[in-house]
Design a protein around this ligand. Sequence first.
Ligand code: HEM
Length: 460
Amino acid sequence: KQKSLPLPPGPKGWPVLGNLADMPSDRQWETYNRWSKQLNSDIIHLNAAGTHLVIVSSMEAIKEIFEKRSALYSRRPRMPMINELMGWDFVVGFMNYGDRWRANCKLMHEIFNSGAAKQFYPQQHTKRNELLRRIAQDAGDILHHFRYSTGALVLSILYGIEVLPRDDPYLNIAEKAMHGLAIGSLPGKFLVDTFPLLEYVPSWMPGAGFKRQARVWKQHTQDILHVPFAETKRAMARGTAPPSFVSLHLNALAELDSNASALQDQESLIQEPLPWAGSFSPSNPEAQKRAQMEIDAVVGQERLPDFSDEPSLMYVSALVKEVLRWKIVVPIAIPHYLDVDDEYRRYRIPAGSIYQGPFFTMKFDTFPDPESFKPEQFLLSGKLNPAILDPESFAFGLGQRICPGRHLAMATLWLTITSILATLEIKKAVDKDGEVIEPSYEYFPGLISQGTIHLWCLAS
Ligand code: HEM
């Protein structure tokens, strides 16, 4: 019966190639959004030279597919460039649905669920203090400080590694690996993702530059997989390893007398919401002022904010939600894959379809003025308004593939934003001639969004 149903509507394509030539390689969400509007449909179908690509773009469709039909839609496509050629297949986010993925998720859930994630508050406070100190000493490269701080926190929590103040070898490895991943995971960037047989083309052949590039990137992937892990094992052997995700689990495995090498799989995506957290202030200086007044009233001038202040800082909580909504960190998400035929709204969704780009759409579908920064839209009479969709309910995905690091991420985001507002004044930067540099708020292309910002932070 399903076979006789039509495919969802889609833009007109070319013979053989279908829509391949029209596929956006940058800011995909804008093109997908435009196509959805033109076709007046919240589900559209694209044909990338025979590969079915389905884009859903309404709250209703996303909830139905990613949440209610989660068991069906939680697989990942092959992604030959990053998984097979660049060696990222050890990452939970890219693993296919199955026992290995399930076992990895269980481990992550045990340590990062909403209660357990609180054990990392001390590391979050320490890294927060370091971040403020770094910015106060040199506000010139705020993006660098954010990245440093995020990376330092992840290395500390996962491996118990404390990074050097400058040129840390582990962070350098992570930067290189994440750079390769950002480019290698761009949808449509590498033909091998559409035609997996290209994987077997010899590297020396003309047109096989992607294989030579993948080989260089693969070395960085191997480094991030093995080098910090080996350091934790060395520290454990010396008896100096502090508790960390890896050391705790290796100890638990040793107790169970299991095979410790299974833990080589424990890696995660390092996501970076913080750069966007720094850029809202020039976009809405009033929001910065209002949040600072609230923090001053609740926290005072004698100490830094901590998590116990959260229930009293409603405007700041709304502001953190707005940061998450305003610049979606993972705008096109990691693709999902359907391996059996399905039907949605009398449309046929064929087995082999790749689902992409769901989370950015919430921003457009649900919020009336999506590009403005307006924390107050989450408040009603000074409290969070339960009638407004909470960005936490979509920015981290839905269903079985929901982000397992979301509690850690939200706590870090809250503490960092609150502490920056408590101590610093963020303004637009000026160039050497004294001219104001307007922040562009542009996204760099990639799986994880980052932007360009030029800001001044003045210690207050
Ligand atoms: C603000 C920061 C973050 C945002 C917005 C974010 C968002 C997301 C999104 C949208 C997904 C994809 C969900 C899907 O495929 O449907 C994801 C997956 C994932 N995230 Fe996060 N994340 C953040 C921070 C973190 C952190 C700090 C960690 C690790 C501690 C983490 C670990 C993961 C993992 C392992 C997956 C893959 C889950 C799976 O495929 O089963 N994330 N995240």
